[in-house]
Write a protein that binds this ligand. Structure first.
Ligand SMILES: C[S@@+](CC[C@H](N)C(=O)[O-])C[C@H]1O[C@@H](n2cnc3c(N)ncnc32)[C@H](O)[C@@H]1O
Length: 389
């Protein structure tokens, strides 16, 4: 039993990596039973680890020796990759070949949905055709002297000269930003040890966004196209004489796909006023835009009421998922088809369980890899309301 014979920081023990946590770290067990999280190790590896700390029933350790290495280990391409202090933690799986990364993601999705007995609905994960140079957006940190990312194990700025996952356009912007160092305008004020610099393909090194998030945009163009095609294919076979409700529409990435299908009316809602404004200005066919905080019961209720004739729901929420569900399962609801695009497995499975318990059937779960070398997983789910007889 964990805790009875207590371990101490600095203690060393041998273990086999039994699983991977949602943040990508390996999971090992101490002989006394306590679970430890260890970065930089892979499934089935035999490792020596050193305890760094304990919090309640879990512990944290670092790998000091690999006794039996995974055959999937490779040399990371990036000079900044690593788990020790001073190394960048943004691509924690770069030391593992891409096939094994995809296999681990597939198994995680299947495991999560096996709890709902839905593992048979999980399709083969769609891998990214570009595993480097894929990121069309990024956020750097700078103290005016260095520019970089934050180390995985601490709150320290890791200066970088190069980032392999950035698109060629963004790599160029990074070089231009480095050339602007040292930069007095980027010195942090107050307690924060750095300021943020947001880049994407709409900005250059001369007009980057300082301390202000750029509007949301899917970060991997190729994989975004896959999601758009998936949705277009699913919608193409539905009857078009009905209304569609789209929640968390942003500036209209999927709204455009829905509009192209010629549905009678599309209600598109998001909290970001700037995103809704730019969607409105696009004048997409049949689209009615609405600004609403969908995590507030009252605002969510108003949107549901406006779009009460909708038979199709498309949603792409942030990590919190469909936190507020309001009257979405009410008897009077006409929603027949749900297309749920998710960036968080935990909240997705919570929400899918709720839909299933309200007579929705899961037809398909399509996992997708938007972020190679990270444990992040995107899922596209199609549900349909069961007939009433
Ligand atoms: C994963 S993004 C999806 C955006 C869009 N579907 C796309 O593909 O570009 C999540 C969206 O949820 C919106 N959002 C976050 N919190 C929200 C809230 N409380 N209420 C409404 N929208 C919210 C964000 O503004 C963002 O546009």
């Amino acid at each position: 039993m964990a805790g009875k014979e207590s371990e101490k920081a600095g203690e060393i023990f041998e273990a086999i990596v039994k699983d991977l946590a949602s943040d990508g770290r390996g999971i090992v067990k101490h002989p006394h039973g306590r679970t430890y999280f260890v970065p930089g190790v892979w499934l089935n590896e035999k490792v020596v680890v050193k305890i760094k700390g304990i919090k309640g029933k879990t512990g944290f350790a670092e790998c000091t020796e690999i006794l039996l290495a995974s055959p999937s280990r490779i040399n990371a391409k990036c000079q900044h990759h690593g788990v020790s202090l001073g190394k960048c933690g943004a691509c924690p799986w770069q030391f593992i070949d891409y096939t094994a990364q995809l296999d681990a993601k597939q198994k995680r999705v299947e495991k999560v949905f096996s709890r709902l007995n839905l593992q048979d609905k999980v399709k083969t994960i769609a891998g990214s055709s570009n595993i480097f140079s894929y990121r069309n957006r990024a956020q750097f940190k700078t103290d005016g002297i260095h520019i970089g990312y934050v180390s995985s194990q601490s709150n320290t700025l890791v200066p970088i000269q190069h980032c392999e996952v950035l698109s060629d356009y963004n790599k160029h912007t990074l070089q231009e930003l480095i050339e602007q160092l040292p930069n007095k305008n980027w010195q942090p004020r107050g307690k924060q040890p750095w300021i943020t610099l947001d880049i994407d393909h709409d900005v250059s090194a001369q007009n980057i966004s300082v301390n202000k998030r750029l509007p949301f945009k899917q970060a991997n163009d190729g994989q975004n196209q896959y999601m758009r095609n998936w949705l277009a294919n699913k919608l193409s076979v539905l009857d078009k004489g009905c209304h569609v409700l789209e929640l968390f529409c942003g500036s209209g990435n999927f709204t455009e796909v829905i509009s192209e299908q010629n549905f009678e009316c599309i209600y598109a809602a998001d909290a970001a006023g700037q995103a809704i404004e730019s969607l409105f200005l696009r004048e997409l066919r049949g689209v009615r835009t609405m600004t609403a905080d969908l995590f507030k019961e009252s605002e969510f209720a108003k949107i549901l009421n406006k779009a009460k004739q909708s038979e199709v729901l498309v949603l792409d929420p942030p990590r919190d998922g469909l936190k507020v569900k309001g009257d979405i399962f009410a008897k009077k609801s006409k929603l027949k088809h749900i297309f749920y695009i998710s960036c968080d497995l935990a909240t997705l499975s919570r929400d899918i369980e709720a839909f299933v318990s309200h007579r929705y059937k899961v037809l398909e779960i399509q996992p997708l890899d938007q972020f190679p070398h990270t444990p992040h997983i995107e899922c596209l789910v199609h549900l349909r309301k069961k007939d009433n007889h």
